[in-house]
Design a protein. Structure first.
Length: 135
């Protein structure tokens, strides 16, 4: 295993997915690419790439700092989460995609969020959906 892509959105389930991806990377020697999809509501005038979110992404993925710096990459990608993650998987040549069961937009009692369901349907790479833990 060479590369793991993990979704990052600041949600508790995403945090668990990031921790899981970090543990897998430590066990296998893989590198981790953490991806946050910059949605329409996160754009700021004069910052089309979402650079203002760099500190947030670093905070959400701080557990990955236990890995060597050359084994961690953080990406902000404009667009929807499914598109951003599938593009990152393809571009990074990832072996595994890790996501939380429900993201920051998760509502209700559904076991899986829409992003997890769409990614499971899309296929193309091993998908690990880290389960939600009720509070």
């Amino acid at each position: 295993m060479k590369t793991i892509v993990v979704g990052a959105d600041g949600s508790p389930d995403s945090s668990r997915a990031i921790e899981w991806a970090g543990a897998l990377a430590r066990a296998t020697g893989a590198r981790v690419v953490a991806v946050h999809a910059v949605g329409l509501l996160e754009h700021e005038p004069g910052d089309p790439g979402g650079a203002h979110l760099v500190p947030e992404l670093a905070g959400w993925t701080a557990t990955l700092d236990e890995l060597e710096p050359d084994r961690v990459e953080r990406r902000l990608v404009a667009g929807d989460p499914v598109g951003a993650l599938t593009t990152a998987v393809r571009d990074a040549g990832a072996d595994v995609l890790v996501v939380g069961s429900r993201g920051a937009g998760g509502r209700g009692n559904a076991g899986l969020g829409s992003t997890s369901l769409h990614l499971a349907h899309a296929g193309g790479v091993v998908l690990v959906i880290v389960p939600h833990v009720a509070s």
